[in-house]
Design a protein around this ligand. Structure first.
Ligand code: KPL
Length: 296
């Protein structure tokens, strides 16, 4: 297949390398202006990829978008004239809400969503470390996307484990709920994920989870409060020493994904007339932190 990776950060680079080794023709689209980019994953030989090549975009069978949610539309817009209507577009990032915008720009393309638990770390602009094996779930967003279940085999062959999920929105909501509980709190307090297991966070965390659970129920996502709580504490335990992506964004003073995580949740809460007081407070605190950088 002809595959283009839009946003070769840690996760994008991992997939670019995996697809290349699986025999596909892979090229990249990045903010860098170089015509070719080299990527090395772990100790394997570095591979060279074409970058921002118009012909590759025109020929693409699959465009895998791995930029963070706030950058999806800005990154896709300049490519729109080149994207063929048959090209499958797959969004792979934390948070939700971008598919609703992408479908406006590319109404005829198969649109798919993905979520992955692979751990990847970008050590330098050319070197990526695959820090943890994970599972990737894929699924269709629109009808054409839902007809692309064959991609499970393509992805599985390149970087297992991969599962086709007929209800990918359920998987994304589950991930979003976990991110709502862990990401803002770790970012505001600048602590590791494991710190949230301490007594001082227990009341606040339980209120946050309670609100998230009410919104999931209103959205008809079948996940009990107990199941949600268990999965959140399991992630806290398994990633105890890690820093969440939002903690890192705040630390490095980069725009966070808050609008696509808690912001998306609050948008749905409003729709269902649910007063999500604790999540609103967390949202505002992250927004205030982001705004404070502009006033220094
Ligand atoms: O997805 C994550 C993130 O950091 O964005 C979690 C699951 C919280 C792991 O750190």
């Amino acid at each position: 297949m002809n595959i283009v990776i839009l946003g070769p950060g840690a996760v994008g680079s991992l997939w670019a390398n995996a697809f290349l080794h699986a025999g596909h023709s892979v090229s990249l689209c990045s903010r860098q202006s170089a015509k070719q980019l080299s990527i090395q994953v772990d100790q394997y030989n570095a591979a060279l990829f074409a970058n921002n090549d118009k012909q590759s975009i025109q020929d693409a069978d699959l465009l895998l978008v791995t930029v963070k949610a706030p950058h999806v539309i800005t990154a896709l817009t300049p490519l729109l004239p080149q994207i063929s209507p048959d090209c499958m577009i797959m969004l792979m990032h934390n948070g939700m809400g971008t598919a609703e915008d992408v479908i406006e720009f590319l109404p005829n393309n198969p649109l798919l969503l993905a979520t992955t638990t692979h751990g990847a770390y970008r050590e330098s602009s050319q070197r990526v470390l695959h820090t943890g094996l994970g599972t990737t779930q894929l699924g269709g967003y629109n009808d054409k996307g839902k007809q692309c279940a064959f991609l499970e085999e393509v992805f599985q062959h390149a970087l297992p484990e991969v599962k086709w999920n007929h209800d990918i929105l359920h998987a994304l909501w589950h991930k979003l709920a976990i991110n709502c509980a862990i990401n803002p709190l770790t970012a505001i307090h600048q602590v590791t994920n494991g710190t949230l297991a301490q007594e001082e966070f227990s009341l606040l965390l339980s209120r946050v989870i309670d609100e998230v659970s009410q919104i999931l129920t209103a959205e008809e996502i079948r996940l009990s409060k107990k199941q949600l709580e268990d999965s959140i504490f399991k992630v806290i335990e398994l990633t105890a020493k890690n820093h969440s992506s939002m903690q890192q964004d705040v630390f490095h003073r980069r725009a966070t994904e808050i609008d696509f995580i808690t912001g998306y949740l609050l948008h749905k809460a409003k729709h269902h007339n649910i007063a999500a007081t604790e999540n609103t407070a967390l949202y505002q605190q992250i927004k205030q932190i982001e705004q404070s950088w502009n006033h220094e």
